[in-house]
Structures are given as C-alpha cells and as structure tokens.
Design a binder for this molecule. Structure first.
Ligand code: FES
Length: 618
C-alpha cells in the first residue's frame, strides 16, 4: 500500500471530500455506506473493524453502534473519518513525567502520518510512569500499566495501535499489554535527552547523578556544587541519555522489530524524531490492513535478537526482567542459562556510559541501532519479521551505508570482550542471580569476603553511615528483603551506597549482593535479582553477619560458605514477614498474592500465556 503524498495524488476523491486514500478500499464497511440509514448498523463485515470493534454490551449490537456513533460525533468527526481504519495512540504524557515531555509533539507527528496514509488517529490515555515519581517503585506499577494498556486496547475500537513509551517501565508495560491484546501495534519511544555540562564536563542522567552523589558523600564536592549539578543533569525532554533501562529497552525493541528502524536513538528534541513519528503513524495504518499482530513480530527469533542487542549494548540488567515478562505474555519462558551462553559469544560493542564513555546522542550520530546490528549480523536472526513488513535483514540492507565512527566498535575489537552479564547460581541463588560484569570492578569479580548484612532498606538507611558500623573495604554488603515482594516492588536499591566512612577513605566499589534491582545507569560489582528472594524464604534470608560469601563470576557461582546443616537449622527457624494491613486490599493485595520472581519477569502469574517454548532456543 502506498502512503504519504504520492498516495494522495493517486486517490480519486468523491464529490464531498478531498480526502486521503481509503486504505480499506475493497473491504466491506457498512459504516461508510450511508450516514443516515440503518445501513450504518448492519454488521456486514465478517471481522468487525473500526468503530464496529468491541461494541459495548447493551444486548443489541445495532443500538450499541448507533449510540457509539452518536457520542463520537460529539467530537466532530464526519462519516468519512469514522469509516477509516482507526489507529489508537497511547498518550503517556504526564505532568510528572519529564521523560515524556515531548509526547504531544510525537502525537502530532503520528497523527499526521496516520492521516496521510488514510487512517483516523485517536489518542487515549494510559498510565504514565516516571522512575522518580512512583512509590514504592515503578516496577511495582509496571504491571498495572500493562493491564491498563491491554484492556484499553481491547476495550476501545482500534484497528492498530501506536504505543508511545520512553521512561524505563513504560516500554515493557506497553509491549506486555500489546502482546496480550494482540492488536497490530508499533512502538514509538520518546527518545533520549541531550547531555548537559558542568565546568566543561559533559553530564548525563543518571550515571553522573550517582557519580557526583558519591563525590558529595565522600566530601569531594560541597552542597553548593551538588545543587549546581542538580540543575544540569537533565537539560532537555527525553529519557536518561546513558545506556540505562530506557535506552536499553529502546534498542532491544528495535532489534525485536517492534519499531520503525532508527527510532531507538534519535534524541527527544530532534526534528528527526518527529519525522520518525510521522513514519510510525503511516506504518500503523498499513499494519492494520495487513493484520500484522504482535505475535507475528515478537517470535522466538525476535526475542533472541533483542537479547543479543541487550548484551551488545552492555545494557541494563532490568531489561532481562522485562524481556522475561514480555516473552511470557506470548508463551515463551526466558532461559537464564541459555542467556548466559549467549553472553559467552556476544561481546559489548557500544561505548556508552555506564560501561564506556559516550551518550545516546553519540550513538545517534553513529547511526543508532542499525550500526550495532550490522556488527551483530552473524548472531542475529535476519529473517525475523518486523513491523515494517520486511525482515530485519531487509531493513538493514535498506538502511543508508555506515560511516567511520567510534561509538560502535567492530565485532572483533569490542569494548568488553566477555558478555555484559553473567547468570550466577549457587547455594545463595538456586534460581539464579545476575551480575553486570562489564560495569564492575574487574578484580572484584572473583572475591571472597565477610558478609555485612542489612535486613531491610530501613535497616540500611539507619546503619550504613554509622561510624560504628563494623565494615571494611573487602567485606561484602548484603541487603535482604528488597525483592519483588520484599518492599514490595523490587527497588533499584541493589546499588548499596559505600559506607560513608569507607567512601571518605576513597573506597569506590565493594561487592554487594541483594534480591533487589539496580538502575541500568549504575556502575559497580553488584549481584542482583537473587532468587528466590529473602521475603519468601530464599537462602539470602539465612545469611548472617560474619558469614563468608564467595563470588566466582568466572565459575558462574555465588555461595555462602556455611554448611548445609547450618543452613537447614536457620531455615527451620526462619519466620516469614508479617503481612502489613495495606497488603490486604486493592492493587497491592493482587500484587502481594500473585507476583512472580525475577527470573519469571516479576509479572502476575495469571497474566502469562500458556507456555509454548523457551527463549533463547537451545
Ligand atoms: Fe525516565 Fe531515566 S528517569 S528514563
């Protein structure tokens, strides 16, 4: 189907409307026949489309359509508009969400693309989540957004949907919801922020947030300077401009084929982003006609491509949880050991913070995700179908030729030759744990030390800076009860702060172990996602001050050096945390009763599709 101005030139308009091409020409649409007769309400289509999809249940479908049309006409639509393919657009603008500040501009671009292609765009709100404005955590609310997205796509009449996401949890939530609704969908991200600067040094959220906060804690900079930095860390609209979760998920989604090529890296404030929005809108009309549903794009091959991208960008550990959740919505189990095997053959190629030096605008100037995928070609499933209607390989072939650049390294000259992440198992994590070895202090990857245990976030906050805390630089900091159920919401508290007295001595990194998550923007030797979590009686709950812990990254193990007998004694004495009064009602009750562990994506167990395979495939 042709789109855009050429399509308009070829269209023969009727006497009433100078309108773009009708992309459903050839389909029987009773709605289009006569605005004022009962033809409107005849169910002529075998498969309802447009306004006739998902009628409200009044027990009389004709009346339901009549009433729907009566109300939608209050918006000022003509019959011609209402006969068009309807493209829903998730409006995730929120006054609390600076990462989505440009959503109104993107909606305008998407709408233009939809209308040029002959569709009718209709935006609708869904939950919007910003990392710093979500209590207790955005992960706690990700599934709420996913359910909202799924049900609103299903509840409202639309032939395809443009999903606008950006901030960390929004892209996974939208893809989870779209996967379950299985209406043709295409993703558009808000794009990364531009960098700021401080005294001539480039600044980016939030690797530099953490770096400067560490300097402030270590008294290298004073309150006035940290205040100045606060003004400059987030200088424009858009998502964090390092390879944090938002950038990682954007790159993974592009590799998975759910975005128009080039969409992952274009900065939020660039005109290119709006052109990408227009193209996305036009393509949404096409996928509506083609019936290109998410299950045809998000296949095992596509998930493997996304996981390869995750490793090659040295991406956020959070993305692994999100990929497990999205895959589960389509019936695929994420195989952690298979992912670890992928890591052994997939080097880190992208020189971006927190692993390297650059920022997302540098990746954009280097050609974006396309440049990365060109290097990864031998590892990718190039025959995987994408939302363009072409395969990933065809998209890469159609892209402009590459050029000399320094951000994406050649496959045989990587930024980090081993895999970005390692899956650990052992008596401390029978169901797995993750360490991002490319963002760790390399000497600490093989380490044995004495455990200094914090039983909760509150305990951590109370004691970490206590001058009397018994802690040394070669100890291992352990945080319990911060997993999916622990707080609840699996906070990004796995990046335990270096105890102040050690920070003031210049200690920059220590081995830290928890069932929590970590921001993709953080750097350190940090073992995360320990499963089962301590709040459900996982072995992490049994660790005591003074136990020896051994981290053997090369051997893929994390163990507490305590005998099985002693662990059994401690397990017998373990008492589950008492439910709190707030755990007994509302969304929180649902969450506390049904949330799954990290390796299963921290989604509700009842949201999974029946299992039909594993990713990556063996
Ligand atoms: Fe939104 Fe970082 S806070 S992407």
């Amino acid at each position: 189907m042709s789109i855009g101005p050429r399509g308009i030139m070829r269209t023969r308009c009727d006497s009433r409307h100078l309108s773009p091409p009708h992309p459903t020409a050839g389909l029987t649409l009773a709605l289009h026949l006569s605005p004022h007769t009962t033809d409107d309400i005849e169910m002529a289509d075998e498969k309802p489309r447009g306004m006739k999809k998902g009628l409200t249940a009044y027990g009389d479908q004709g009346f339901s359509l009549f009433l729907r049309k009566a109300f939608i006409k209050a918006m000022g639509y003509t019959e011609d508009s209402l006969s068009r393919p309807i493209i829903g657009i998730t409006n995730t603008f929120s006054g609390y969400n600076a990462c989505h500040r440009n959503v109104p501009d993107l909606i305008e671009g998407i709408k233009r693309g939809v209308m040029l292609a002959g569709g009718l765009p209709i935006e609708f709100p869904v939950v919007s989540l910003h990392e710093s404005f979500a209590h207790p955590t955005s992960m706690y609310l990700r599934n709420l957004m996913a359910i909202d997205t799924e049900e609103m796509i299903r509840a409202q009449p639309m032939d395809a949907c443009v999903l606008i996401g950006g901030c960390d949890k929004t892209v996974p939530a939208l893809l989870m919801g779209a996967a379950s609704a299985n209406v043709p969908s295409v993703l558009m991200v808000t794009g990364p922020m531009m960098t700021g600067d401080h005294k001539g040094e480039r600044l980016g959220a939030c690797t530099d947030c953490r770096r400067f906060w560490g300097k402030y804690r270590g008294k290298e900079i004073d309150a006035r300077e940290i205040g100045e930095i606060e003004e400059k860390l987030c200088p424009t609209a858009g998502t964090c401009m390092v390879m944090g979760t938002a950038s990682t998920m954007a790159c993974c989604a592009e590799a998975m084929g759910m975005m128009i090529p080039g969409g992952a890296a274009i900065p939020a404030v660039m005109a290119d982003r709006i052109r990408n929005a227009e193209e996305t809108g036009a393509r949404a009309v096409a996928i509506a006609a083609e019936g290109l549903t998410p299950d045809k794009v998000m296949t095992e091959a596509a998930f493997e491509n996304a996981l390869t991208m995750l490793l090659a960008v040295g991406g956020s550990t959070n993305a692994l949880i999100h990929m497990a959740a999205i895959a589960a919505r389509l019936g695929f189990e994420l195989d952690l050991d298979g992912f670890d095997r992928m890591g052994r053959k997939t080097p880190v190629l992208v020189d971006l913070k927190p692993t390297g030096q650059g920022y997302m605008e540098d990746l954009y100037r280097a050609g974006g995700a396309t440049t990365i995928m060109r290097q990864l070609k031998p590892l990718l499933n190039l025959d995987a179908l994408t939302v363009t209607g072409r395969t990933l390989g065809e998209n890469l072939d159609a892209a402009p030729p590459g050029w000399d650049q320094k951000v994406v390294h050649a496959f045989d000259d990587p930024v980090y030759k081993d895999g970005a992440m390692v899956v650990l198992r052992g008596n401390l994590a029978p169901n797995g744990a993750i360490i991002k070895q490319c963002a760790a202090s390399q000497p600490l990857l093989q380490h044995e030390g004495r455990a200094v245990v914090f039983s909760s976030l509150a305990d951590l906050a109370e004691r970490i800076d206590d001058p009397a805390l018994d802690v040394a630089a070669d100890d291992i900091l352990v945080l319990q009860n911060s997993g999916p159920k622990g707080v609840p919401g699996m906070p990004e508290s796995g990046y335990l702060p270096i105890p102040k007295k050690l920070a003031e001595q210049g200690v920059k990194d220590m081995v830290r172990v928890s069932d929590a998550r970590m921001s993709g923007t953080a750097f350190g030797t940090i073992v995360l996602h320990v499963s089962p979590e301590s709040a459900v009686g996982g072995p992490l709950a049994l660790v005591r001050n003074g136990d020896r812990i051994r981290l053997d990254t090369a051997g893929r193990r994390i163990d507490v050096l305590v005998s099985d007998e002693e662990l059994a004694t401690r397990r017998a004495a373990w008492v589950a945390p008492e439910p709190k009064p707030e755990d007994r009602r509302g969304y929180r009750k649902l969450y506390m009763e049904d949330i799954e562990q990290a390796e299963r994506g921290v989604d509700f167990a009842f949201m999974r599709a029946p299992t039909r395979g594993v990713v990556p495939r063996a």
